[in-house]
Design a protein around this ligand. Sequence first.
Ligand code: LLP
Length: 424
Amino acid sequence: MSVLKIGGMSCRQLAEQFGTPLCVYDEEKILSQARAAVENFRSDMFDTEVAYASKAFSSIGLFGMLAAEGLGFDVVSGGELYGAMKAGVDMDKVYFHGNNKSDDEIRMALDAGVGYFVIDNVMECGRIVKLAGEAGRRTRALLRINPGISAHTHEYIMTSKPDSKFGIYIENTEHINRVIDELAADDNVELAGFHSHIGSQIVDVASFEKALGTMIGFLGSLKRSRGLDGMELSIGGGFGIKYVAEDHPVSLGDMCADMIRCAEEAAKAEDVKIAKLITEPGRAMVGEAGYTLYTIGDMKKSGDKNYIFVDGGMSDNIRPALYGAEYDAVLPEKYDEEPAISYCVAGKNCESGDVIIGDIKLPEVKSGDLLAVVSTGAYGYSMASNYNRLGRPAVVMVKDGEPRLIIRRETYEDMYALETENQA
Ligand code: LLP
């Protein structure tokens, strides 16, 4: 009988050693994605950088592991920056994103010496200039441009509509010029270039190519209108991964190679010099390397549905409820048995929408079986909550049959640790 192994370890061993629900990462898969990205995102025409979008999943160890592979990092908050600092990553390779960064976060990033602030809007530009002046710190900035490319993905993760909350719309030349002028007149914050990101879980290469073409066209027009050249350009992340059998994403390595080819061609056509091209994959780096192991508890028939209940749910994976995201799952110990029965996999959170997989055919399930939901490595743990005071799962990294607990399971004490004595 064949069983599902992750990083050389059986799911049953993992469940016995660490309990369920459990987030498990196959370390080799993360490393091979990181290497594929770095190796394919190279050009003879310009410098390049792969910055991992740490919002997909972060831990101090993962920051360190990816830094050792030469990656930089996209962080969006003081909290993510703190993790990168704790891991001792090279701050020059950190891109500080986010709309509405607080003054405290900006000061923290200036003190840490982050390489780049990715500026979201005119007001933020003014605050960064002011705070950099007060701190006597020099830094670089990329201005986030919304290129207005609508890619086919869920509305909540589509970021490039004209009315998006992110960046400055490409046709808003007044605001774009205000940022360029303000930074040109400032000694502390240098405008190093521009940034765009069109959305997430995008599988059509054409949307990325279009966005890249639009952004390099934009650089061309800036060169002609304002004499700006030799800018850096970040093309964001958003590369889709395989969740279910119908998904056929292009591999991260091929995607990176394609982006380089497109950028080189467009730079030639527009006659612009690109100093550095940056990409920020998050999901594609860790998504398929992650699994969530659950133990099946009670089962019941309700109407036409065969419910199987797992010992976690929307508190460790909000994506189905929030985006209608689809997942696939296997019974790790019945891996080679034919799927026979349709089930609805629901969690134990107090909400009807707490369904991880609405309809999946599996071999016959018994209470006590393990269930492995696949491709949960991105935006699973990082969006987990304590809803219903369920503790967040433990996270284990496995390589060559050896597990490393990188985040322990949240205890009841952990969950109540923030409460003060002033309860009554
Ligand atoms: N760069 C920027 C500026 C971003 O906003 C994002 C994601 C990324 C890079 C990385 O995108 P990725 O390669 O991971 O697709 N919670 C949602 C995804 C939100 C993505 C937000 N920004 C989900 O679970 O699908």
